[in-house]
Design a protein around this ligand. Structure first.
Ligand SMILES: NC(=O)C1=CN([C@@H]2O[C@H](COP(=O)(O)OP(=O)(O)OC[C@H]3O[C@@H](n4cnc5c(N)ncnc54)[C@H](O)[C@@H]3O)[C@@H](O)[C@H]2O)[C@@H](O)CC1
Ligand SMILES: [K+]
Length: 518
């Protein structure tokens, strides 16, 4: 059988940062695979991935850095040359200064070696970026930055140029997705064993291009020994938890979500949330409204029920109904004493709750309510709301979401281009695939409704939050243009339906090397 590239279903594996990737390599070495063997597998896999393209007329340009990422580069060059491909190699440091596995890999390359200059990237249609990988620990120095900028300029001038990043685009921080000075804009990234947080977190996410993760011979069970807690948000994480309707299904099996409505002048947000909760599968959805706003809710909602409550006591009576499995408060609620009172009643109830929008603003100013938060409360702040809720928490987006979950005891959905879900017990997930079309009015209300509707169905806060975030993005991605919030509940529900139509979509595959690739 022809040698293939063993692509890993990376969404099914945890994300490992720089330190954990290093630990995994050390563990593999302790199990008897040398660093050089790992490097040889890594380099060979990248070379084979590149040969899925047509052989170019000009030599493939391999840019090698000072560490083991550069080591991968020397192997890639050697493998490509062995397959009869024209190759040029340029090194950032004098090859005699390389150490360890990188020096051993360099010794396999018998062709000429150029020193990297700003002019190096000219006239190449395929470039391999093996400058820096997970060992990047500071901003690129001027020599590295100028070649990186040169590669990006070439790609801008010649859009068909293929730029293959080895492990991660050089300049992107593998842990945070930050750009350290400047960074390669790759068309493809080939990483090893697991994806890295920097592949999913912005701004680095924009530099990654198409991501493949390849197997390099490390036993996947070694990953579990690192007790990883960070994941890519994908159906692999929560898909099997979502209950399916069968012939004997009854609506009461799928929960009853109660949405706290807003005043007559702002009912749209809660109506969007209610429709989203129902579409995504909650058995029953009710909006609780004051009599004054009832005509609007009653005339615009059909399958969503309305319940009237004109006083704190009436609201309390409704909330005491044990058939209600989850309550959403916030969209269009108003930053008022009434919202604060209802919020307090909700938090004093031991059950599930989702707090969004105005409820978060109220919570930020009501320190006495903080102590009532628990793991079955989901908070869905965007950056501005997060800063008001947790003004003293600093760090990267992941660190901040994790600290907030730990400190508050609630499940946090830190919204953004790369929405992060974090739980008080230390698990987190990054959604790195949301389309920019979600930046439009009302989409946050739909997200809150989706999470609420899923949470109603006997799933955990983490699963509900992750599934809501993913289905929201996947639903948006179905629209090529003109997306408005009203479209999303239906699209998210269709996305949910598709999960079970093509379960193999998230499975590992073996890519034969002669298969043409877009
Ligand atoms: N056994 C292993 O450890 C394996 C490692 N692999 C490769 O090795 C890479 C990690 O190798 P390393 O830990 O050597 O790290 P890197 O090769 O990513 O970079 C480390 C080197 O770059 C220097 N450096 C860091 N930031 C710099 C900056 N801004 N400007 C200039 N120099 C800078 C460091 O001083 C060090 O010399 C992975 O990303 C992967 O590509 C793969 O070969 C698989 C196996
Ligand atoms: K790289």
């Amino acid at each position: 059988m022809a040698p293939g590239i063993r692509l890993v279903a990376w969404a099914k594996r945890p994300l490992l940062g720089a330190r954990q990737s290093g630990l995994l390599d050390r563990q593999a070495e302790a199990e008897g695979i040398s660093g050089l063997e790992l490097m040889a597998s890594a380099g060979a896999a990248v070379a084979r991935r590149i040969t899925l393209h047509d052989k170019p007329a000009e030599p493939v340009l391999v840019l090698c850095g000072p560490g083991n990422n550069g080591g991968d580069g020397w192997i890639i060059a050697t493998e490509l040359a062995a397959l009869g491909w024209p190759v040029r190699v340029a090194s950032l440091i004098p090859p005699a200064n390389l150490k360890g596995d990188a020096a051993a890999a360099r010794a396999r390359w018998t062709g000429p070696v150029e020193a990297i200059t700003p002019e190096t990237p000219k006239n190449a249609s395929i470039i391999v970026d093996a400058l820096f990988g997970v060992g990047l620990n500071r901003a690129l120095d001027p020599a590295a930055a100028s070649v990186v900028d040169g590669v990006n300029q070439l790609r801008a001038n010649r859009p068909k140029t293929l730029v293959y990043a080895v492990d991660i685009p050089s300049g992107v921080d593998a842990d945070t997705g930050d750009i350290r000075g400047t960074a390669i804009k790759a068309t493809h990234t080939v990483s090893f064993v697991t994806a890295k947080p920097g592949h999913l977190l912005y701004p680095g996410r924009s530099n990654r291009g198409h991501l493949d993760v390849v197997d390099i011979g490390i036993d996947a069970q070694l990953i579990d020994r690192l007790t990883p807690r960070l994941f890519a948000n994908s159906p692999a994480l929560w898909g099997s938890s979502l209950p399916e309707r069968g012939p004997d299904s009854h609506k009461y099996k799928f929960g009853h979500a109660l949405i706290v409505g807003g005043p007559a002048k702002s009912t749209g947000a809660s109506r969007l949330a209610a429709i989203a909760a129902l579409r995504i599968g909650a058995g029953l959805v009710s909006v609780v409204t004051a009599s004054s706003a009832l005509p609007i809710y009653a005339s615009t909602l059909t399958s969503v029920m309305t319940k009237i409550a004109d006083s704190k006591e009436e609201i309390e009576e409704l909330l005491n109904d044990e058939r209600i499995t989850v309550i959403l408060i916030g969209p269009g609620a108003g930053i008022t004493k009434a919202t604060e009172d209802t919020l307090e009643l909700i938090l004093r109830r031991p059950g599930k709750a989702v707090l969004d929008a105005d409820a978060l603003s109220v919570l930020a100013n009501a320190s006495h309510l903080r102590a009532l938060l628990h793991a079955n409360v989901v908070l869905t702040p965007h950056e501005g709301e997060f800063k008001r809720l947790f003004p003293s928490i600093r760090g990267t987006r992941i660190e901040r979401a994790e600290s907030a979950a730990r400190e508050s005891g609630a499940t946090i959905v830190l919204k953004g281009a790369d929405t992060i879900v974090a739980t008080p017990d230390g698990r987190s997930a990054i959604m790195g695939e949301a389309p920019p079309s979600l930046a439009t009015a009302g989409t946050g209300d739909v997200l809150a409704g989706l999470i609420t509707g899923i949470f109603a169905q006997n799933v955990t806060a983490f699963e509900a939050a992750c599934a809501g975030v993913w289905l929201h993005a996947e639903g948006a991605a179905m629209h090529t243009s003109g997306l408005i919030a009203e479209d999303l509940p239906r699209s998210a529900a269709l996305a949910r339906g598709r999960l079970h139509v093509s379960p193999s979509r998230h499975a590992a595959v073996m890519l034969p090397i002669h298969q043409p690739c877009a």
